[in-house]
Design a protein around this ligand. Structure first.
Ligand SMILES: [Zn+2]
Ligand SMILES: [Zn+2]
Length: 394
C-alpha cells in the first residue's frame, strides 16, 4: 500500500464507520462485513471476493493505530476523496503516480493486504482447529490444489465404468510442522517490527508509505527455529493413493473431473478437484460412435438374399438374435436397442450392427451345381446394366 492508495481509498466508507469510530467499532464493522463477503461462503462470486479484499484492506489499515494515524494524516494533508483526480484537475498539486513509480505496490511475499487479512480472519474465528496459534497467518482456510492425472482404460472399462487406483503427488502443508514452517514444538512469533502486518512504514518528509517488512520479508511472522523437514517453507510434497471412480461411458481423450478428489484443503478449506485424462484402448471387435457401439457382422449371400436370424455378439453377455429381412444389401446397418454405452441418465445407447456379405472361398460340388442353377434362373437381372448406362450418359 502506498500513500497513493491512502488518498484514493476511503477506508472508513468501505467499512461503513465514521472517521471518529473507535477501534472496537471498526472491528465490529469488519467482522460483520468479512463474514458477509468471505470467499468460503460465496464460492465463485467474484464481486463479493473483491468486496472482501477491499474490506480486508480497509481493516488492515484502520485496525492498526499507527497506520490509521498515517492514513488520517495523509488524507488531512492532501484532502480526502481525491481519487481519480489528476494534476490540474482541481486542487491536487501533483501526480502521486510519478512519485511512487506509477503503481501501488503490494506489500510483501505473503500476498496482498486482503490475503493477509484473510489470515487474520482465519485466526479470529479459529477455523479448522487453529486455536491457540500465535497468529492467524497459517490458519487461513486454504483450498487444496487441483491435481491432474492420467489413466489408460480398456474399451470395456470405459463403456461400463470402473474404479482405478491412482497415486497422486501434490503440495500439502508439511506434516512435521503443520505448515507453520517452525520446528515441531516451537511456534512462529509475530514479527515485532511490523507487529504482524508484514508491512513497514517509511517516512519520506511528509509522506509515509508502506513496503514489505524487512525483518519478516512481509510474512508478519518470524520463525526462529525452522522445521528441518521442509526447511521452514511449511510446504511438503505428499503422495497418496486414491480410488477414483471413472463413470460409465467415458471416451478416449476425455477429461474427467472428480470434485473434491484433489489435494486436501488446509485449515478447514475445501479440497481441490482431480482431473483425469482418460486414454481408451481400442477393442478388437467393437467400435464407438458416441453413445452407440458399432460392430461389423459377416453374413452369407444366401442369408442376405433369403433373410435370416443371425447371432450378434454384444459387449457383455450372450449374443443377441438379429432378424435380417430378405434382400438385405451389403453394408446395411441394424440397430440393436439398449446394447450400447451407458448414458448419464441411466439409459443406454444402441448397438449398430452393419452386415458384410462374405463370399465362400471354396465350393463343394453340390453347392457349385446349385449356384450354377441359380445363375441360370437369375439371368433376368444384370447388376451392371444401370452402371454402364450411366457411364455412357455422362
Ligand atoms: Zn515443516
Ligand atoms: Zn515484520
Amino acid at each position: 500500500m502506498s500513500t497513493k492508495d491512502y488518498l484514493e481509498k476511503d477506508y472508513y466508507a468501505v467499512l461503513g464507520v465514521p472517521k471518529t469510530a473507535t477501534a472496537e467499532e471498526i472491528k465490529k464493522a469488519y467482522r460483520k462485513l468479512a463474514r458477509q463477503y468471505h470467499p468460503d461462503t460465496n464460492q465463485g462470486d467474484a464481486t463479493k471476493e473483491t468486496k472482501f479484499k477491499e474490506v480486508s484492506e480497509a481493516y488492515d489499515v484502520l485496525s492498526d493505530s499507527k497506520r490509521r494515524k498515517e492514513y488520517d494524516e495523509a488524507r488531512t494533508l492532501f484532502g480526502s476523496g481525491v481519487g481519480g483526480q489528476r494534476p490540474g484537475g482541481g486542487g491536487f498539486p501533483f501526480d502521486f503516480g510519478d512519485l511512487f513509480g506509477g503503481t501501488s505496490q503490494q506489500t510483501g511475499q505473503s500476498g496482498s493486504a486482503g490475503e493477509r487479512l484473510g489470515d487474520l480472519f482465519g485466526g479470529l474465528f479459529n477455523r479448522g482447529g487453529g486455536a491457540g496459534r500465535t497468529t492467524g497467518a497459517t490458519t487461513r482456510p486454504r483450498r487444496g490444489q487441483d491435481v491432474e492425472s492420467e489413466v489408460t482404460l480398456t474399451f470395456t472399462e470405459a463403456v461400463e465404468g470402473t474404479t482405478v487406483s491412482l497415486r497422486l503427488t501434490s503440495s500439502a502443508a508439511c506434516t512435521a510442522c503443520s505448515g507453520t514452517g517452525a520446528k515441531a514444538g516451537t511456534t512462529p512469533r509475530v514479527c515485532p517490527t511490523c507487529e504482524g502486518t508484514g508491512a513497514a512504514s517509511r517516512n519520506l518528509g511528509n509522506f509515509a508509505f508502506s513496503e514489505p517488512c524487512r525483518d519478516c520479508k512481509g510474512r508478519g511472522l518470524i520463525v526462529d527455529d525452522p522445521c528441518p523437514v521442509c526447511e521452514g517453507s511449511g510446504r511438503a510434497k505428499s503422495t497418496r493413493t486414491i480410488q477414483a471412480r471413472i463413470p460409465a461411458g467415458v471416451a478416449d481423450g476425455q477429461r474427467v473431473k472428480l470434485k473434491g478428489k484433489g489435494a486436501p484443503g488446509e485449515n478447514g478449506g475445501p479440497a481441490g478437484d482431480l482431473y483425469i485424462q482418460t486414454n481408451v484402448k481400442p477393442h478388437a471387435v467393437f467400435g464407438r460412435a458416441g453413445d452407440n457401439l458399432t460392430i461389423t457382422v459377416p453374413v452369407t449371400f444366401t442369408e442376405a438374399a433369403l433373410g435370416a436370424e443371425i447371432k450378434v455378439p454384444i459387449l457383455k453377455g450372450m449374443p443377441v438374435t438379429l432378424r435380417i429381412p430378405a434382400g438385405t444389401p451389403n453394408g446395411r446397418t441394424f440397430r440393436v436397442r439398449g446394447r450400447g454405452v451407458a448414458r448419464k441418465d441411466g439409459t443406454k445407447g444402441d448397438l449398430l450392427a452393419s452386415v458384410e456379405v462374405v463370399v465362400p472361398k471354396t465350393l463343394d460340388d453340390k453347392s457349385r451345381e446349385l449356384l450354377n442353377e441359380f445363375n441360370t434362373a437369375h439371368t433376368s437381372e444384370d447388376p451392371r446394366a444401370e452402371l454402364i448406362q450411366r457411364a455412357r450418359s455422362e
